[in-house]
Design a protein around this ligand. Structure first.
Ligand code: NAP
Ligand code: ZN
Ligand code: ZN
Length: 347
């Protein structure tokens, strides 16, 4: 076995503390990564607190992982010791079903194995994530990370990046489209960067008036404070797409009405409670409400390569591991610019 240490919670109401645990030995197809940075995603908070479903404890969260490879198995051809590598939300899948074959590992028919709060394919070994000093992963689920970008800012690309890049590609969002990004947090600020990079006119819809300057600095063309009904009215039936990154229950009818004819609202945020809306909000203007879940491994690599080519990273606040509890409280208050990233050398 391989000795690991990480920050864990023992139950849904626990604070984080240092925990020693074991991971498997490096197998023939595995690589071992010394984790340098790991982002804090709002999904970590939902799962630590069992907001979506009962969690598996002790839980070491973290699925925005970058670090340096320290060991490779005998069959590993894609990676070398000393290179940077990343791990996102998944560490395995069946690799044989139609969805896996088409690059949709996140929709694997037998269920993808998530990086933490999940069981390996043996059905009994828990997975532990990136708030840790190391991780062992099959080469097929590891990503190549450019050494040209600042590494800490790359970490959030592994979830916030792919989760916003994937629907932008799927819906072919590009020049001529009017796109709203709803919620300027970890996912939201990446959605702005990608939608701008693909040529769209981008408007940030935010409950935080104080984020207007940042929104413009990120490349957004317009900013709408959604607490101000007059500002909301200006965008009635205006957008072709809304990328909805909000983590808590909100008024879907109000936002759907901001979609133009045949407009599409894409949910990536996953509130704890089921959503409620009036069918008329969809009927009028023939609107579509859809959702998107992370992205496959090949698409995640494509996104990382796109970011390297276009010099795109996440805007981050680097923290020590003993600050995770406070960081969670600040994320919940929408008080982070725009992703916390743990310096894993402090673990
Ligand atoms: P985050 O950094 O906390 O950002 C969420 C943003 O939503 C906040 O910054 C805030 O923006 C806005 N917001 C928060 N509460 C709100 C409310 N009650 N009403 C309206 N707006 C509100 O979170 P994140 O890490 O980006 O994650 C966002 C959501 O996406 C989470 O639910 C997460 O679990 C989910 N997620 C989904 C996937 C996927 O595959 N679909 C992947 C990763 C994460 P303003 O201050 O601008 O209003
Ligand atoms: Zn995430
Ligand atoms: Zn599969």
């Amino acid at each position: 076995m391989t000795n690991s240490k990480g920050y864990a919670v023992k139950h849904a109401k626990d604070n984080f503390s240092l925990w020693n645990f074991e991971r498997r030995e490096v197998g023939d197809n595995d690589i071992q990564i010394d984790i340098l940075y790991c982002g804090i995603c709002h999904s970590d908070i939902h799962q630590v607190r069992s907001e979506w479903f009962p969690g598996i404890y002790p839980m070491v969260p973290g699925h925005e992982i970058v670090g340096r490879i320290t060991k490779v198995g005998q069959q590993v051809t894609a990676f070398k010791v000393g290179e940077y590598a990343g791990v996102g939300c998944m560490v395995d899948s069946c690799r044989t079903c139609d969805n896996c074959n088409r690059g949709y590992e996140q929709f694997c028919k037998t269920g993808a194995v998530y990086t933490y709060n999940a069981l390996e394919r043996d059905g009994k070994t828990p997975t532990y994530g990136g708030y840790a000093n190391n991780i062992i992963v099959d080469q097929k689920f590891a990503l190549h990370v450019s050494d040209k970008l600042p590494l800490a800012g790359v970490a959030p690309l592994l979830c916030a990046g792919i989760t916003t890049y994937s629907p932008i590609k799927k819906w072919k969002i590009s020049k001529g489209h009017k796109v709203a990004v709803l919620g300027l947090g970890g996912l939201g600020h990446m959605a702005v960067k990608f939608a701008v990079a693909f040529g769209a006119e981008v408007t940030v819809l935010s409950t935080s008036a104080s984020k207007e300057i940042d929104a413009k600095n990120l490349g957004a063309h317009n900013f709408c404070n959604t607490k101000d009904k007059e500002q909301v009215k200006k965008y009635n039936a205006y957008f072709d797409f809304i990328i909805d990154t909000v983590s808590a229950a909100h008024d879907y009818d109000m936002y759907l009405k901001m979609l133009a004819t045949n407009g599409v609202q894409i949910l990536v945020g996953i509130p704890e409670t089921p959503i409620q809306l009036n069918a008329f909000s969809l009927l009028s203007n023939g609107r579509t409400l859809t959702a998107s879940s992370i992205g496959g491994i090949a698409e995640t690599q494509e996104m990382l390569d796109f970011c390297a080519a276009h010099n795109i990273v996440s805007d981050i606040e680097i923290i020590n591991a003993n600050y995770i509890d406070e960081a969670y409280e600040r994320v919940i208050k929408s008080d982070v610019k725009y992703r916390f990233v743990i310096d894993c050398k402090t673990i």
